[in-house]
Every structure is written in C-alpha cells, then in structure tokens.
Ligand binder design. Structure first.
Ligand code: URA
Length: 434
C-alpha cells in the first residue's frame, strides 16, 4: 500500500496490519515519508484509535527502530519512572538521584515538552552546559558507575519516537492512548530495565482528563510492560492543579533542588516518595510502604540525594555550582502578578491553560524549531481548597517577552474559579494499577 492508502484506511477506522504500521513508521523514520503524511496518519489514529494489537505493533516498530540497552551486568535492580505528562511535574529530577543513592540503577530516558506539558529534558537543559545527548557507551558507563544517567532519545534509542514526539507536540496529537503507550513503552523497554513505575496523570492538566481514561491508559502501559517481562505498576495521580508551585524549566529545576534539600512542597514530595516506593518494593518485595518512604526521606535529610544530583550534573557537563547558588541564575527581564478576583475558596484551576500560558511566556515550543527561554514561566501561590481574599497574589509570571507577558496576564485571571464554601479536593494519589 502507498502511504495515502494507509492514512485512508485508518481514517475510516479500520485496523492496520503490523506490516502496514511497520512500513509506514520505518519509512517516516528514514525520511521517506514527509511530516505532512505522518501528521495525517497521527491525526487519524488520534481520532479513530488503535486496537491492542495495533498498539503492540506500533510499540514494537518504535522499539526496533533503534538499539536496546543491556544492563544485565548491573549488580542491582535496574528501573525507571515515567510520567504521562502534566504541569509542574518535576518528579523525575528528584526521584532519579534519590533512588540511585538507594542502590537502584536508573537509565532514565526522558522527553521534551509535549503539548501543554513540560519535559524533563528541557528542565535539565536549563542548567548551563547540561548534556542530555550522551553516546550510548558513556551513558551505560554512567549508569553502571553512578547508578543514574539522564538522557534524551540519545544516539540510536527509539529514533522513531524521537521524530514522532516532536511532530505530535505541535500537531495536537498527543492525547491518544495508543500513541502515548507506544511512545512511553518503546523508550522504557529500550532502556533494558527490570522495573518501571508509571505516573499516569489525571485531571484538567493531564492528557487524560477523566479517571476512567487514565485507568485505560494505565492498563495499556502496564500490560505492555508486563508483556515485555518488566515488573510494571502505575499510580494515577491528580493533575487538577500544578504539582508544586513552579512551572517553567529553570523554576522547576530550582524547586527540585529545594525538594532535595528538604524544602520541597508537600504534594511534590508525596508523589515522588509514592512512586519511589513502588520501585523500591519491586526491588525488595519484603519492604513495607512506610520503610520504603522513610528510606527516601533519609536521602533527602542527610543531603546524599542532592549530592548525587550535583555529581550527575557535573558528569553530564553541567554547572553544579549554579544549583548551589541558584540566585546567580539570570532572571527574566519582565514579571507580572495576577491577583485573586473574588474572596472565598480556590475551587478550580484550568491547569492546561497554565501549561499553554507557560509556552506563550517562552517556556515551551510552538513549532519544533523554537528555542526555549529557560528563565520564563510562573509560580502559583495558591492551592485548590485554599481560602483566599480579593487582591491576594495567585500567580507570578516571568518572561523576557513583555508583549507575551501582558497577553498572558490578561488571559489568566479567568483560569481560577472561586466558591463561597470549601470545595471537595481530589486525592493526590487516586489509584494504584498493577
Ligand atoms: N511521555 C512520553 O514519552 N510520550 C508521550 O506520548 C507522553 C508522555
């Protein structure tokens, strides 16, 4: 079949064969199918969905588009954590060093910003010099010696996902269970891990906005992981408000450092420790949840997790000194505060709008070639359910683009909803799927 016919077939909602999927994806990865045809197929998949068999075939071709790592020589458990994407989600930056200190090997492949959600790679690259493009041997050695290496789809790991991911980012084709499943799981399987915990976000700042959609995504991810022999579990966690207070690359890096110094926001630390406990308990099934959380808290309290982050930053060519003296980081030229419009309780936040606002401020990309302004972003000062007074500060925006800042400030006063009575707040950790 020619590409046109495959797009046509999917647009009619028919099931593609494994061969059709493989031929299309391989041709795109090799440059023989242009972005516009790939975008059309992505949109058809987005709208019509894929069967379990098609999702597995897509995962397989993406996995096999590149190399697979082999950590079988590692003396300890090899594992990773991955999030389906949210706003202010900086958990990976805290969790990787915490788990490495506790003896888990973490060959972490992360992504860039996707749609309205931020990406760990962009956050790491806000550290001057930080290199996420290690060659496979260097990355392997780093994981074997330091137990952690933080990279992107480095070298030849899932090149198909690398290309598709940037295309999905700008074509509104992210929010699709088969596309997210294949994207995440191809990278994770390629890492050569034994254990994986997935943070499946749910709510108005997540790609999956309802708990039932998030359950479907979690089940899809977990079953693919298990099919490849990886111990896999998922936590569905709330994304009806940003995690922590910081949104934007350097701001999130800063908040991660504070978290590793014992000064992190409660919600961020709770999600981090809960995900970490999943991995620790996969490695050592006799550990209780309390002990697994306590072990992680100790690495923060005694400074060893922060020391580990500094070491990794140094070994990946970044400047660790900036993390010890964060005030020296260049600030954005302009800032603006958004105020509470009505006394009462903060009942709702349009979290996705905050994510897109971050992009407008310069913290993300509108088109693939956009450069990120690492000093731009925002801090949210209130949490859902908090009592507020008219005129309180609710958001502080930062950008080097004054026009964008003014525009965003105008739009954002409407993203908050206030009520007179205390609203019901969704639990932070909604469900565990295993
Ligand atoms: N993270 C990924 O790596 N891919 C997705 O599609 C969504 C989140």
């Amino acid at each position: 079949m020619i590409p046109y016919q495959i797009i046509e077939k999917k647009s009619r909602g028919e099931v593609l064969s494994a061969t059709e999927i493989a031929e299309f994806i391989n041709a795109y990865t090799n440059g023989n199918i242009p972005d516009y045809q790939m975008s059309a197929l992505l949109m058809a998949i987005f709208i019509k969905g894929m069967s379990t068999e098609e999702t597995l075939a897509l995962t397989k071709v993406m996995l096999e588009s590149g190399e697979r790592m082999d950590f079988s020589g590692a003396p300890g458990f090899v594992a990773d954590k991955h999030s389906t994407g949210g706003v202010g989600d900086k958990v990976s930056i805290l969790l990787a060093p915490i788990l490495a200190v506790l003896g888990i090997h973490i060959p972490m492949i992360s992504g860039r910003g996707l749609g309205h959600s931020g990406g760990t790679l962009d956050k790491l690259e806000s550290i001057p010099g930080f290199n996420v493009n290690l060659d496979l041997d260097t990355w392997h050695d780093l994981v074997m010696t330091e137990k952690v290496g933080l990279v992107g789809q480095t070298g030849n790991i899932c090149p198909a996902d690398k290309k598709l991911y940037s295309l999905r980012d700008v074509t509104a084709t992210v929010r699709s269970i088969p596309l997210i499943s294949a994207s995440i799981m191809s990278k994770k399987i390629a890492e050569g891990i034994q254990g994986l915990v997935l943070d499946v976000k749910t709510g108005n700042g997540a790609f999956m906005q309802t708990v039932s959609e998030s359950q479907a995504l979690a089940n899809s991810l977990v079953s693919i992981g298990k099919g490849y022999g990886i111990k896999t579990s998922a936590l569905i966690t709330d994304m009806n408000q940003p995690l922590g207070a910081a949104i934007g690359n350097w701001f999130e890096m800063k908040e991660s450092v504070l978290g590793l110094q014992g000064k992190g926001p409660d919600d961020l630390m709770e999600v981090t420790y809960a995900l970490g406990a999943e991995i620790l308990r996969m490695a050592q099934p006799d550990l209780t949840q309390e002990v697994a959380i306590g072990m992680q808290q100790k690495t923060v309290a005694d400074g060893s997790a922060f020391e580990k982050l500094l070491k990794i930053v140094e070994l990946q060519n970044g400047d660790p000194k900036i993390l010890e003296n964060m005030e020296a980081y260049p600030e954005a030229k302009f800032s603006k505060t958004v105020h509470v419009k009505q006394s009462g309780y903060l009942a709702q936040i349009n979290t996705m709008a905050l994510g897109f606002a971050g992009i407008q401020l310069g913290a993300g990309r509108r088109v693939i070639s956009d450069e990120i302004d690492y000093s731009s972003g925002m801090y949210i000062q209130k949490k859902l359910g908090e009592k507020v007074e008219t005129g309180d500060e609710v958001l502080t925006l930062h950008s080097n683009n004054e026009t964008a800042l003014q525009e965003v400030a105008g739009q954002l006063s409407n993203v908050f909803t206030y009520t007179d009575t205390r609203p019901e707040i969704p639990p932070l950790i909604v469900e565990r799927i295993n």
